[in-house]
Structures are given as structure tokens and as C-alpha cells.
Design a protein around this ligand. Structure first.
Ligand code: SF4
Length: 321
């Protein structure tokens, strides 16, 4: 992890694969989901062919990002198995998997730990107020369910990424409350590697009728988050959702030090193409910052991984020397 006075900003050279876009939740700001019969699951053969094409392209992280099958559905087990198999496939082909597939049971998390170098789940916002608005039809967005995931990740020693979604009807006090909850859980388990501050950015599919989160407010929130969160947690912002280079630099000056996974497509915000590393590097250079690739697991967590995963990680550390 870069020290706070270094001039280093990191990103993860990544590729996102989507086991399925189907999701039983209907968050009104979503630009990702489809109904169950509209998204055939990604087969292992199709995934192999995708991964073969990127094997020589210096992609390290495979983000496995999935819509959710209801925990009580008879299809849940097959859905979970497909995710597990995709992680294992990515690992076998030399990549480092990071899964974000919504709330999981303790047993599911425990199983996925063996084939992921880290995992993630956005806390979004803890205020129950949102259950009557944007999350009215999204049972997975119950705040206590998501806090439970962060607790289990800590108990299972899974290096974890979480974050806030900004501009979905919360107040600033709600943001500080959510950040404080993350901070407290981290102080108990020391397992949060990064916190994403993601500004709501309207897309073509959503029904939520609200403007972009004002990117000018982002530096202020980053600065306050930097005060609330322990220093070892990196603050991440998605550069494709921050209007321009000037504001990106303002966010970094305020304390953001990571730009997340940069892949060909932002699956969650498909209307906002990722800015590729070359262009980001040029923007950052203007402010005297250096853009450096990182792995999807931060070095201080390596010892939490199984022997097999540690070997996979070491191969990448060796490659990037
Ligand atoms: S935001 Fe996530 S949980 Fe909500 S509907 Fe979309 S895919 Fe499902």
C-alpha cells in the first residue's frame, strides 16, 4: 500500500465476467439487471474462450460480478456452483479472481474464499429510509443483511472491498454513519482493503429519476471519509464517473488513492465507458501523481490466503517486478 505522502495512485488491470445479469432485486437505479428468463448463464466454455483472449494482455484481476438468484430458489445451488466454477477456471488459467455476487450465506462465503484472493459487496447506505424509495423492491439491500456480510468476511478473514453509493436519496449524515460502521467493523477484524465512493450516474435502463451526484461534492466527501476511515483502508473512486480530469485530480488531492479495476467495459454503469490506463496516466501526471498497477489483494492480506492462492499471487508479484 502506498504511504499517504507518496505520489502514487493505483488501479487494477481487470476484466469483468458476468455469470448472469438476472437478479431478483429491482433497485430503481440499476442499469445491470434483467429478469430471470432474459439472461442465460455464462457457460464455462464461453468463459474459457473469453479468458483465452485476454491471457496475453496483462490482465490480472477477473472480477466475477453477478446478478442474484433468490436464496430460497431451487436454482440457487446451481447458480452458486457456476460462480464457484468460474472462479476456479479463472484461477487455473492464471488470473486472480475477486467475486461480488450480492449477499451470500456464511457457507457460500467460506467456499468462495478458497477460489478468490478477495471479495466485495457495497454497503451502499445504511439508512433504512431507502427501503421505502430506491430499494423498495430490493430485499438484498436490507442494511443488516449487508452489515452481516462484512462481519462474516471479517470472521472468515476474507480481504474485502466495500463502498458507498452516493446520490440515491441519502443525507450527508447518512454517509458519515455508513463510513463509521465500516470503520468500526474494520477495527474489529482488520479486513477492509478499500472503500469505493461511487457517485450515482444515471443510465439508460434505470427508472430512478434523479440527476448525477454532483461530482463537485465528491472531494468533500472523500476528505471526510479519510478522517473517518483508518489510514490502512484505501479510498477508491471510479474515474469514469467523475466528470473531468480537473475533478479527478481534486478527488485525489482530497485523499482518494485508487481508481479500481480498469477493464474494457463498466458493467454496472454501461453508459460510462472506462477511461483506459494510458489516458488516466496522462491526467494524473498533470497533478504530479504516478499511476501504478496493483493486484486485487493488498499485500498485507497475503497470509490470509490458502497456499494455492498465495502461489498464484506470487506469480503476479514476480511478473510485475
Ligand atoms: S443494483 Fe444489484 S441488487 Fe440491485 S437490481 Fe441491480 S443487480 Fe440487482
Amino acid at each position: 500500500m502506498p504511504t499517504d505522502n507518496s505520489r502514487i495512485v493505483t488501479y487494477s488491470p481487470a476484466y469483468t465476467i458476468v455469470p448472469t445479469y438476472e437478479c431478483f432485486n429491482r433497485c430503481s437505479y440499476c442499469n445491470f439487471r434483467t429478469d430471470p428468463d432474459k439472461s442465460p448463464w455464462l457457460t464455462l466454455a464461453a468463459a474459457t474462450s473469453i479468458l483465452e483472449k485476454i491471457q496475453q494482455k496483462n490482465v490480472c484481476e477477473i472480477l466475477i460480478l453477478s446478478g442474484e438468484v433468490h436464496p430460497h430458489s431451487p436454482r440457487r445451488e446451481a447458480w452458486f456452483q457456476r460462480i464457484y466454477d468460474l472462479c476456479q477456471l479463472a484461477l487455473t488459467m492464471g488470473f486472480l479472481p475477486h467475486t461480488n455476487a450480492g449477499p451470500l450465506s456464511f457457507a457460500e462465503m467460506q467456499k468462495l474464499k478458497s477460489v478468490n484472493v478477495s471479495m466485495g459487496l457495497m454497503l451502499e447506505q445504511l439508512t433504512p429510509q431507502l427501503l421505502t424509495t430506491v430499494h423498495r423492491h430490493a430485499p438484498s439491500k436490507l442494511p443488516e443483511l449487508r452489515l452481516q456480510q462484512l462481519t462474516w468476511a471479517g470472521e472468515l478473514q476474507i480481504p474485502f472491498t466495500t463502498g458507498l453509493l452516493l446520490g440515491i436519496g441519502e443525507t450527508l449524515a447518512d454517509c458519515w454513519e455508513t463510513l463509521t460502521a465500516i470503520s468500526e467493523l474494520h477495527q474489529r477484524y482488520h479486513h477492509i482493503q478499500e472503500v469505493i465512493l461511487q457517485p450515482h450516474s444515471p443510465g439508460n435502463q434505470q427508472t430512478f429519476d434523479a440527476p448525477n451526484f454532483d461530482p463537485h461534492k465528491l472531494p468533500e466527501i472523500i476528505a471526510k471519509a479519510r478522517e473517518i476511515l483508518p489510514l490502512e483502508i484505501t479510498i477508491q473512486i471510479p474515474p469514469n464517473l467523475v466528470k473531468d480530469g480537473e475533478w479527478l485530480l481534486a478527488c485525489i488531492a482530497a485523499g482518494a488513492r485508487d481508481l479500481g479495476g480498469i477493464s474494457p467495459k463498466d458493467e454496472v454503469n454501461p453508459d460510462y465507458p472506462h477511461i483506459q490506463a494510458g489516458e488516466l496516466r496522462e491526467i494524473l501526471q498533470i497533478g504530479g501523481w504516478e499511476l501504478v498497477p496493483r493486484l486485487p489483494v493488498y499485500p498485507q492480506f497475503d497470509y490470509w490466503l490458502s497456499g494455492e492462492l498465495q502461489t498464484a499471487v506470487k506469480r503476479w508479484q514476480f511478473n510485475s517486478q
